[in-house]
Structures are given as C-alpha cells and as structure tokens.
Design a protein around this ligand. Structure first.
Ligand code: ADP
Length: 175
C-alpha cells in the first residue's frame, strides 16, 4: 500500500520552518501532498496561485512531494487524494492547543485518518509567516527565513504596497 500524507497550511508565504517539516514528512511517507488552503481566516498577502507557485518552487527538489490548492474541509481533501495521514508542524505550546483541538475534531469527522505532528527544529521555533511578512514589508532582511525566490516575491509586494500607500502589518505591536 502506498502511504500518502497531506501537509495543510496557508503558506502565506512558505518559509524555512515549513520546508523543514515538508522534507521530514516526505522522508516518512511515499507521497506528500502539500495542501495550500484557499481561504484561511487570516489576512493574506499572496493570492492562492502565488502561494501555490512559491510553495512549488520551494519544494521542487522533493521528488515525492506535490503541491495542490484546496478549499474544502481538510479531511475531505485528505480523502480525495487517498491520504492516510495529516501532518502538521508544532512550534510552541500555543500551537499544541490548536493542533490538539483540530486533531480531535478531525478524528470525529474522519476516524480513519491519522493526525501526525512533527516538532519544529529549534532554529525555526519562532518562525511564522506573519513574522516573515512583517520583517519583509518593513524592509528587514528575510534571507535566513525564506528561500530566495520567496524573498524576491516579498520585495515585489513591498513595493506594490508602498505605491498604494498600504501600511505594513505590524504583528509584534498588536494588542
Ligand atoms: P504560519 O502562518 O503559522 O506559518 P501555516 O498555516 O502556513 O502557518 O502553517 C502550516 C503548518 O506549518 C502548521 O502546522 C504550522 O504549525 C506549521 N508551521 C508553521 N511554522 C512552522 C515552524 N516554524 N516550524 C514548524 N512548523 C511550522
């Protein structure tokens, strides 16, 4: 039997923490489908097509991984591609609360699908797409956080937003 997993997320944009989880998951499963969620409940910088393309390029060296967009329930998408498992990455304790809740809900919806969490590498424990976006849009160096093509895409977004007088989202100063 072919063992297939999906790795779902917003990937807005993909960063080294995501890439690390994808590489490790791809080494465990025969096939990994990196599933880019169409409309997450958070403000997005990149369109679904852009997120898929940036993710595809970042994982181009992983022969058993492919990238696909989805907009249904995650467990429904997992069933659609014949996956037996959903992989997630765990950073700090607040990730755990959310993942635990999601795992239990998903088990009710699809008891045949296993939920697997991989611990982040220490270097990426505080890395999130929100931090990447904040640093990039304020002109900081993101070369240690994202692949080169993602840094270039962020630079283009920064210039576009400046042209349209859109302020950079400052998550670190949020209430
Ligand atoms: P984020 O905006 O937090 O980066 P995503 O929705 O794109 O989030 O995340 C997709 C999955 O990747 C989630 O399981 C998330 O916990 C995981 N993930 C995000 N950042 C990291 C990281 N630095 N290390 C390990 N896993 C991560």
């Amino acid at each position: 039997m072919k063992h297939i997993a999906i790795y779902p997320g917003a990937f807005d944009p993909i960063h080294f923490g995501h890439v690390d989880i994808a590489i490790r998951a791809a080494s465990i499963f025969d096939e990994l489908v990196v599933a880019v969620y169409d409309k997450p409940a958070k403000p997005l910088l990149f369109t679904i097509q852009e997120r898929v393309e940036l993710t595809r390029q970042a994982l181009a060296d992983l022969p058993n991984a492919r990238v696909a967009a989805y907009s249904s329930l995650t467990v429904e998408f997992a069933r659609e591609v014949g996956a037996q498992a959903i992989v997630r990455g765990l950073r700090a304790t607040n990730d755990f609360e959310l993942e635990y809740q999601m795992a239990l809900t998903n088990r009710k919806l699809a008891p045949e699908i296993e939920f697997i969490c991989l611990m982040t590498r220490q270097d990426y424990a505080f890395l999130s797409s929100s931090v990447v976006k904040e640093v990039a849009l304020l002109g900081g160096d993101v070369s240690g956080m994202v692949p080169l093509h993602v840094a270039s895409a962020l630079e283009i977004k920064k210039r576009e937003r400046e042209k349209n007088h859109q302020p950079a989202p400052v998550v670190s100063l949020r209430d």
